[in-house]
Design a protein around this ligand. Sequence first.
Ligand code: LIP
Length: 254
Amino acid sequence: MNFKKIIDLVIEASKFIADENLINTIKNKCEIDFVTEADIKINDFLKSEFKKIDNTIGFFTEEECGQLTDPCWIIDPIDGTTNLIYGYKMCSISVGLFFNGEIQFSVVYNPFSKELFSSEKGKGAFLWNKRLHVSSRNINKSLIEIGIVSKTKKYADISFDIAKNIYKDCLDIRRVCSAALDLCYIADSRLDGYFEIQIEPWDIAAGSLILTEAGGKITCFDGDEIQFSQSTSVIASNNIIHGYLQKSINTFML
Ligand code: LIP
């Protein structure tokens, strides 16, 4: 498959994020979770264009859910929708190709910073043409992204307890609120770790390959491999601090 064409289509899809009317047309998915007309437009645009390239590949997207098939495009048309609505320019279009049981190609594009992260399995991870590598920092020098599921407040206590415990050992914590960008930032050594008690497959599918191709590691809280068929817990890291994060988090999960 011509992945350059897929990348060009993802960049083209960002035109919908430039349209204020689409961003300001907002529906509530629940009390604290939103979808904009821009999310829908990007979802529909990518589906119709990808089908023209190969209509044998299924779709598993945030706006339509459906179910994971093999092969399958796993798409989050806008990861960080709440950020976009508030004008907090940390969001991305996230596309992963699931094939033969794993992510084989992925692209994550932040239309505001014009940063394009991409990866093909076994061929490394890139920010445009710059090869990415995770950091070699230990926990005391690490910046840790804390994921606090924003669709519900029920995980607030445990998420902040875990974050407080890790904060005492790391350099500092961050809250970007776009899991796709979080994984790309670890791949580019801007962050060193990230955890979230519940995340959706489309939030992490593309970023997971970019992270592992840059030398990082991503698992569930219990260390198992991520299954992209359902929502999951996630720990992502530069690999060096993965054991520490898993041990620290699981002291609260018992
Ligand atoms: C967001 C994730 C973020 C998480 C938020 C939300 P969305 O995805 O990227 O990590 O903390 O709850 O799920 O909803 O903007 O696509």
